[in-house]
Design a protein around this ligand. Structure first.
Ligand code: F6P
Length: 364
């Protein structure tokens, strides 16, 4: 029996379970493959005792519609930066990748499918360079991975934000208020841009187009006639003003290497007041709600296509590659091409032109 191990790493997103299910279903067609799931990213193999499970039709039944991941995930630890507590109480990290690869050999793992975002695919590449048979599957609500038109999870997040904007519109228009909605996306403005168009927002602030408060104020003023009106502003968490830098902080959580984003909505609210905006301004920060819930049909389909293709890449021994969506095909690309630069919104792209054509102000 050959064995493929499935790993979900980094932040969760809707559609992870659909990928796991698709891998198990496709593998079951081959009679000589067993699918193993590793718990909490690669940490399940690194832990003693090992935390892995056999995945078959019985434990993937019904998971297509479920958000999150049945395997658990984490963006702490991992084979290259395992946290250890020093005798003086401080923490440092050690490289356990060689030990993990040896352990995988002992467990009889022939190949690994690593489902994750940019950080996880960096780990995939480094493990591949060390000789591990690994295939990448891109996931993130941020849609910021290059080489793929879309990542699954993104459409679901956009749907969630759009529904929230729809709700804000009714209260904003009733009170003649300005609503700022801060959304996720890290350094990419995809969630903000798509949901601003889908929700009919008036202003969309994204990291790729640093803003000026005066431009936003002009738009707000044009939305109020004799004090009546309302305004919906969608701001991406990674956005920043042309005169100030990005708002981010280093996390104090042990083993967490990402910087924390968030707070730009609050800053913008105060900047608008300082600039003389005298209408009521309220802030909504959607946060992790955007990562939860049932995947949309689009994300279920994309995730299922990725899962089937990933297992087929294992059969073809195309290791070191990641599945990707290039409309209308599901292709595979070398992982190093994917992580060399992020997929960001281009300020002169068709989508931005569409938004501008709808009267959406970017504030730049
Ligand atoms: O990358 C997905 C994402 O949800 C980002 O949009 C956000 O900045 C980050 O993860 C939040 O990470 P955490 O769940 O670790 O707080």
């Amino acid at each position: 029996m050959k064995r493929v191990m499935v790993v979900t790493g980094g932040g969760d997103c809707p559609g992870l379970n659909a990928v796991i299910r698709a891998i198990v279903k496709r593998a079951s067609i081959e009679k000589d493959w067993e699918v193993i799931g590793c718990i909490d990213s690669f940490n399940g193999v690194l832990k003693e005792p090992t935390e892995i499970v056999v995945l078959d039709q019985s434990n993937v039944s019904g998971i297509l519609v479920k958000g999150g991941t049945i395997l658990g995930t984490t963006n702490k630890g991992g084979p290259f930066a395992w946290p250890i507590k020093n005798s003086d109480g401080t923490w440092s990290s050690v490289d356990r990748s060689d030990e993990m690869i040896r352990k995988l050999q002992i467990l009889g793992i022939d190949a690994v499918i690593n489902i994750g975002g940019d950080g996880s695919q960096r780990i995939s590449l480094d493990l591949f360079k060390k000789g591990l048979n690994i295939i990448g599957v891109p996931k993130t609500i941020d849609n910021d991975l290059s080489a793929t038109d879309f990542t699954f999870g993104f459409q679901t997040a956009v749907q969630t934000v759009t529904e929230a904007i729809d709700k804000l519109v009714t209260t904003a228009s009733s009170h003649n208020r300005i609503f700022i909605m801060e959304v996720m996306g890290r350094d990419a403005g995809w969630i903000a841009l798509h949901s601003a168009i889908a929700g009919g927002a008036d202003v969309c602030i994204i990291p790729e187009m640093p803003y000026s408060v005066d431009k936003i104020k002009e738009k707000i003023d044009s939305r109020y006639i004799k004090g009546k009106g309302f305004c919906i502003i969608v701001v991406a968490e990674g956005a920043y003003s042309a005169t100030q830098g990005k708002i981010c902080s280093v996390s104090s959580e042990i083993g967490y290497h990402n910087y924390n984003l968030g707070g730009i909505g609050y800053t913008l609210m105060n900047e608008l007041k300082d600039a003389g905006v005298d209408h009521d301004v309220r802030l909504t920060v959607l946060g992790h709600v955007q990562r939860g819930g049932t995947p949309t049909a689009f994300d279920r389909i994309l995730a299922s296509e990725f899962g089937v293709k990933a297992f087929e890449l294992v059969l073809e021994e195309k290791f070191g590659e990641m599945v990707a969506y290039r409309h209308p095909e599901i292709i595979s690309v070398k992982i190093d091409k994917v992580i060399s630069k992020p997929h960001l919104v281009h300020p002169s792209s068709r989508m931005v032109q569409t938004a501008k054509g709808l009267g959406i102000e970017f504030g730049n």
